[in-house]
Ligand binder design. Structure first.
Ligand SMILES: [Zn+2]
Length: 65
């Protein structure tokens, strides 16, 4: 399998403000966490770790840098 070699001109890491789809709690998460990120209020998974950039399960309200 060929590995793609495309440079992405975005910062590797960023903070995202997300809204929990379960309870509406807004929380700031890191977009490259190495473990699942859960809602502090209801424990719903907001972002799944993929080993690199997280796979978001919650709606992004705002991107922070
Ligand atoms: Zn929640």
């Amino acid at each position: 399998m060929a590995k793609e070699n495309i440079e992405i001109p975005k910062p590797k890491t960023a903070f995202l403000k997300v809204k929990c789809p379960g309870c509406g709690n807004e929380q700031i998460i890191f977009n490259s966490a190495n473990r699942d990120v859960k809602c502090l209020a209801c424990n719903n998974i907001l972002a799944e770790s993929t080993g690199g950039k997280v796979k978001l399960k919650a709606k992004v309200v705002k991107e922070l840098e």
